[in-house]
Design a protein around this ligand. Structure first.
Ligand code: PGA
Length: 250
């Protein structure tokens, strides 16, 4: 049976020392879950110390970005080999902040997804429309385009997670209505079924991201096609992240 995934994207928050304190408290208080995986994605500088703490513990480790070469003259970049070596299992590829602030294109994201998976890690491919695109009725067109381009010539599909993150909901406090998110998740699953096959589409983990918080997690997780969440702001405090992890489908 597929496991749900609750992922925390720390973005550019927490020094290595703050990260260690946070993770130790999280480990002390987290329950044992059989039906869900828990993932944290700290900044690069915290990955190594945290990887040492998380060995054989019930929280998985992810990175927020990666470069698509193993080594070479790429000043300032981090390679998949370096991440794999310290026990990173997931890499977020194509987050909207990477696309919109740092100019990452679908072509670059495609290389990152392929390289991540080739190196034996799972890629979390982020897609999502901007507010003006939604208002013009272009949501599905944008999502289809991002997915098709980012997954071009990619067939190692078991190691893929897709995160639907409407740009207008990220860091704004505005969450998509559960039914709005569900509608896009259904669209993504159908698209993946068309590109690959039905069985893979059914098993694919599709996350929702964008102002997920303790107040809305239970409603979001009730939707049939939402298999987990990618959380920004609300994963930075232990209490609030634990409440999200401990979601209940009433
Ligand atoms: P947010 O960020 O929860 O702060 O909206 C989500 C994300 O960017 O993944």
């Amino acid at each position: 049976m597929k496991k749900f995934l609750i992922a925390g994207n720390w973005k550019m928050h927490k020094t290595p020392n703050e990260s260690i304190i946070f993770v130790n408290e999280l480990l002390r208080r987290i329950k044992d879950y059989k039906d869900r995986d828990i993932l944290i994605c700290p900044p690069f500088t915290s990955l190594y110390p945290i990887s040492q703490i998380l060995k054989d513990r019930p929280i998985k480790l992810g990175a927020q970005n990666v470069y698509f070469e193993n080594e070479g003259p790429y000043t300032g970049e981090i390679s998949p080999l370096m991440l794999k070596d310290i026990g990173v299992e997931y890499v977020i590829c194509g987050h909207s902040e990477r696309r919109n602030i740092f100019g990452e294109t679908d072509e670059i994201i495609n290389k990152k997804v392929k390289k991540t998976v080739e190196m034996g890690m799972k890629a979390i491919l982020c897609v999502g429309e901007k507010l003006e695109e939604r208002e013009k009725g272009k949501t599905f067109e944008i999502i289809e385009n991002q997915i098709k381009k980012s997954l071009e010539n990619f067939d190692n599909i078991e190691n893929l997670v897709i995160a639907y993150e409407p740009v207008w909901a990220i860091g704004t406090g505005k969450t998509a209505q559960p039914s709005q998110a569900e509608e896009v998740h259904i669209f993504i699953r159908e698209l993946i079924s068309r590109i690959y096959n039905k069985e893979f589409a059914e098993n694919l983990i599709i996350l929702y991201g964008g102002s997920v918080k303790p107040e809305n997690i239970d409603q979001l997780m009730k939707e049939k096609n939402i298999d987990g969440v990618l959380v920004g702001n609300a994963c930075l405090k232990v209490d609030s992240f634990l409440r999200i992890i401990d979601y209940k489908i009433l």
